[in-house]
Structure formats: structure tokens, C-alpha cells
Design a binder for this molecule. Sequence first.
Ligand code: HEC
Length: 119
Amino acid sequence: MMRTVSKLVIVVIVVVVGTVFVAGPAFAETDAVSSATSGTATRNLYLSNCARCHGADGQGDTESGRLYDVPDISGGRLRRKSSAKLTTVVMRGGKSMPAFSKKLTRKQIASIVGYIRGL
Ligand code: HEC
């Protein structure tokens, strides 16, 4: 009886260690891929929610941008403003800018804020 149990324990250990060993590099690859796509995902979020007014480059040189007198947020202009302040602007919106607190998650807003500070 004791023998069967210890054999079972050894089998379990071999399977677990083997799985980690084989799957380890695969996990590492998935991580690299997902962080690469998350940059693209953030850019897509910006393009689908913000670019119609602010423009793909942040200069606000769009039809809506001119209509609403959108400020230029490109060229590192937002780097001087704190992420906290920019997060509030995006969540609450402004005079002509819509609020995004219900449309986007806090995580999505945080990534967009990081993205626009680098425009
Ligand atoms: C309907 C047009 C419109 C859309 C869509 C829009 N904005 Fe704006 N945004 C504006 C306008 C106009 C202002 C100037 C403040 C105001 O009048 O509302 C502004 C201001 C800002 C500011 C403040 C800039 C500064 O110098 O302080 C930030 C940051 C900003 N927008 C980011 C975003 C982000 C990020 C999105 C997408 C999630 C977005 N905006 C979507 C029109 C828009």
C-alpha cells in the first residue's frame, strides 16, 4: 500500500515538473506576443475613440477637431501634465469632449493616457 502511494507521488512529481519544463518556453513566448499586441490594442483604442477629433497623430487636424476647436495633444505637450490629471479629463470629458468613464474601463483609460503622453 505504502509503495503504491509513493509510486503515485513520484508519477505526479514527474508529470508536474515535465509540464513546467515543456510549457515554460511556450509561456514566455505568449507573454512576448501579448505585450506586443497590447501596444497595438491601445493604439486601436485611441484610433477608434479619440482620433476622430484629435487625429491619429494627436494634432487635432480633423473635421471634428476644427469644429470643436480641439487642442493639439501631440509633440510631447501632454508629458508635462500628470497622468492623474489626464485620466480625469478622459473620464469626465470637457466642454465639447465626451466623457469616457462609462465607455472604457479604468485599465483602458490608463493605457490610453500612457499612449497620448507619448504622442
Ligand atoms: C468629440 C471630439 C472629441 C473626442 C472624441 C475626444 N476628445 Fe479629447 N478633447 C476634445 C476637446 C474639444 C477638448 C478641449 C476641451 C473641451 O472643450 O472639451 C479635448 C481635450 C482633451 C484633453 C486635454 C488636453 C490638454 O491639453 O489638457 C485630453 C488629454 C484629451 N482630450 C484626450 C482625449 C482622449 C484620450 C480621447 C479618447 C478616449 C478623446 N480626447 C476624445 C474633443 C474630443
